[in-house]
Design a protein around this ligand. Structure first.
Ligand code: 536
Length: 362
């Protein structure tokens, strides 16, 4: 039986345990370039003992940034900074992963601790977002995006592939495409954002086309032996919640055919009218449903904080991997404490030698 501290293999990659450091935006980059903030932050999380560490949402193009501080991989010059991060993560014993994204109509905002709203048009840092249709996310804060032409669609798909190639060059071994949270890919799926009348709008297969084609394009450049995963928003918590969850099953089947190896089960967040039922572990049942009905491995995040519950989700085959986010910011050694709590006999396995030595009799 698998448990939280069993190793896990997907394609040619083996994780030391089932704990994933979930991607968490830092908004500390400058022109997409990572810096000392990231060079300390990521190795610290890796040393804490996680099996997989997924670096924050990294923009595939400058206009795809959520904020001016997003990390980016839209230029070859960005690669070197990530090489150093990859090295630090590996030295910490974790597998280095990265999430690639494009924020679509949610691009061009201030960081959430300023107000998270669109930069005013007259701000020198502002830019015009692009989206499936010219529909803003916030009716009250109009930041009307430009509707993408077919040429834009194909260019952004190529941007995803180019960024994936750079991620592989930097040494990342696990790729997650951001298809959630109302960002570009999710907004193609959502009727709240997509009013297109061409082959990228209307029916479910048309609304899923951008996602499926993007996976297929990335799969061509991302090494075959390395996992290609997506974070998919599988439920829109609005009046259509049941329908969006049913549709997600079909979309996952298509993504699987296109080459996806694992789905991280996330939220759609495509409309400010959402009513998310925040509660401990609330996304786990959705992940389990995707796993049972599509036979793809799954992970999920969102208010999973207890080691014994995380362990039970793996033992009961509800999740293959458990993503931990804010608990790891609160305590980068959450994994070590989880190992103690679960009475794992060799906690040294999840600690660097100098920490393991001093903590062994502690
Ligand atoms: C959703 N967010 C997701 C982001 C960036 C900002 C916020 C992303 O996927 N890049 C979120 C809601 C509540 C708590 C944490 C994250």
């Amino acid at each position: 039986m698998s448990s939280l501290f069993s190793s896990y293999q997907l394609k040619g990659i083996t994780l030391r345990n089932r704990i994933v450091a979930s991607p968490m935006c830092q908004y500390q980059a400058v022109d997409g370039f990572v810096n000392d903030w990231h060079h300390v932050h990521y190795p610290m999380l890796a040393r804490g003992g996680v099996g997989l560490l997924v670096v924050e949402a990294t923009a595939v193009s400058a206009e795809g940034r959520i904020t001016p501080g997003d990390a980016g991989l839209w230029a070859d010059a960005h690669v070197d900074g990530f090489k150093r991060i990859v090295q630090g993560i590996k030295e910490g014993g974790a597998v280095p992963g990265i999430q690639l994204g494009h924020a679509g109509r949610k691009a061009g905002c201030t960081p959430p601790w300023e107000n998270g709203k669109p930069l005013p048009k007259n701000d020198p840092r502002a830019w015009e977002p692009i989206a499936p249709s010219a529909l803003p996310y916030m009716p009250s804060e109009p930041n009307i995006p430009r509707a993408m032409t077919l040429q834009d669609i194909h260019r952004v798909q190529q941007d995803f592939a180019d960024a994936a190639r750079r991620a592989a060059e930097a040494g990342f071994e696990w790729l997650e495409l951001h298809f959630a949270h109302g960002f570009l890919a999710q907004s193609f799926l959502s009727l709240h954002a997509n009013a297109r009348t061409d082959e990228y709008g209307g029916s479910l297969v048309n609304r899923a086309r951008f996602l499926i084609e993007t996976v297929a394009t990335v799969r061509q450049v991302w090494p075959e032996h390395l996992p290609l995963t997506v974070r998919l928003g599988v439920v829109e918590f609005d009046d259509g919640a049941a329908q969006s969850a049913d549709e997600a099953i079909q979309v996952v089947h298509w993504l699987k055919e296109a080459g996806v190896d694992l789905v991280d089960v996330g939220l759609a967040l495509s409309t400010p009218a959402e009513q998310v039922p925040w509660a401990p572990n609330f996304m786990v049942p959705y992940a389990e449903r995707i796993r049972v009905e599509t036979h793809l491995p799954v992970s999920t995040s969102w208010l999973i904080t207890s080691a014994s519950e995380a362990d039970a989700f793996v033992r009961e085959a509800k999740l293959d991997l458990v993503c931990i986010a804010r608990s790891l910011l609160a305590n980068p050694h959450w994994t070590f404490q989880a190992a103690r709590e679960l009475k794992i006999s060799q906690p040294a396995l999840v600690l660097p030698v100098p920490y393991a030595y001093w903590l062994q009799k502690w």
